[in-house]
Design a protein around this ligand. Structure first.
Ligand SMILES: Nc1nc2c(ncn2[C@@H]2O[C@H](COP(=O)(O)OP(=O)(O)OP(=O)(O)O)[C@@H](O)[C@H]2O)c(=O)[nH]1
Ligand SMILES: [Mg+2]
Length: 329
């Protein structure tokens, strides 16, 4: 969709292009952000601008800090319907959970700081796959800078809390605070308005792990008292498997997507591999996901499921529902 940008935006953009230092670039980018009209048609530009502002803010901050930079920025390509990062204090059980939920085999050990690099795995949930990434532990003294980058790219966070240890709830609070210092705010629901483009709110579920250990219930109560109703909490045990099915469903829900099955004219729908689009997505969003050319030349579509009757012709802006079947032509 074309976005009509006011002339001041282009002035700020020119200023950005001319800027010599990261600080001057950031000033110009923030101007562009303020001027940019915030509506549906500009969503893509908004998100690109937000990423740039956030990257630059992080970069300036890391350059200014005395803590040494992570050697290289590690990238893991996105796969599946979405990406969830597992964060938590050392020994909270992130690797154990990743082993139970995916085919990945990170090392699990009695001692802390076992995981030193991000470890990806694919979790099957019904007919979709969700990418989980275990990130290194976070404490008051230990924080890998690239964790901040990973939380920018992720669709959600699973905050793993060690309910097998008296310190668990407090160690989890430190994790939340450490991320907050880097402008990563863990939340149950995303805020409606984006006030500061350098801040990322990330949808989060709390995974209360080691519920099989004696005293876990009491620690959970302490944690709830500390957090109030801030987060949805899933009680699990990576050891016994308790709560893991519910956790899978919650992690999928965090992605905020719906499944759409594609159908070719005159053929049955392919029910094996759904496409996923954001909740509230339209026929056009689906077409873009299937093929950009298809979206450009889209003439009509038929929908089974959310339409008033099966196989009904709908317009491009018809809002789809989970498990709809769509025929594009
Ligand atoms: N009883 C019990 N022990 C658990 C559970 N989950 C993990 N553990 C144990 O807790 C210890 C740490 O587990 P890991 O999975 O390595 O924890 P981690 O969060 O990946 O730890 P680091 O990578 O070192 O930060 C191991 O001894 C696990 O066997 C659980 O649900 N119940
Ligand atoms: Mg680990």
């Amino acid at each position: 969709m074309a976005v009509n940008l006011p002339p001041q935006y282009h002035d700020a953009e020119a200023e950005y292009k001319k800027a010599q230092t990261p600080e001057a670039k950031l000033v110009a980018l923030r101007k562009m952000w303020v001027i940019l009209p915030k509506h549906k048609a500009s969503e893509k530009v908004q998100s690109q601008l937000k990423t740039k502002i956030s990257e630059l803010t992080d970069e300036i901050e890391v350059a200014q800090s005395t803590v040494k930079k992570s050697p290289t920025s590690i990238k893991i390509p996105r796969q599946g319907a979405g990406q969830i990062v597992l964060v938590g204090s050392p020994n909270s059980g992130r690797s154990s959970l990743l082993r139970k939920l995916t085919k990945a085999t990170p090392e699990v050990a009695l001692y802390p700081f076992t995981t030193r690099e991000p470890v990806p795995g694919m979790m099957d949930f019904e007919d979709v796959r969700v990418q989980l990434i275990e990130l290194p532990p976070i404490t008051a003294d230990f924080y890998e800078n690239y964790v901040t980058d990973f939380t920018r790219g992720a669709d959600g966070v699973a905050l793993v809390v060690d309910m097998g240890d008296d310190d668990g709830p407090f160690a989890a609070e430190v994790v939340i605070d450490q991320l907050k210092k880097r402008r990563r705010i863990l939340v149950d629901q995303l805020p409606e308005v984006d006030e500061d483009p350098s801040v990322y709110h990330i949808k989060t579920v709390v995974v209360a792990n080691k519920m099989d250990v004696e005293g876990a219930k009491e620690r959970l109560e302490i944690f709830k008292e500390m957090m109030g109703n801030r987060f949805r909490i899933i009680e699990v045990s990576a050891e016994t498997g308790q709560g893991l099915d519910q956790l899978k469903a919650e992690l999928y829900r965090l992605l905020g997507v719906i499944r759409i099955y594609s159908k070719l004219p005159g053929k049955p729908a392919d029910m094996t591999a759904p496409f996923t689009i954001p909740i509230g997505g339209t026929v056009l969003d689906f077409a873009e996901k299937v093929h950009s050319e298809l979206a450009e030349n889209l003439k009509s579509a038929k929908v089974w499921g959310s339409a008033r009757f099966d196989g009904m012709s709908v317009t491009k802006d018809h809002v789809l529902q989970d498990k709809d079947i769509v025929e594009l032509s």
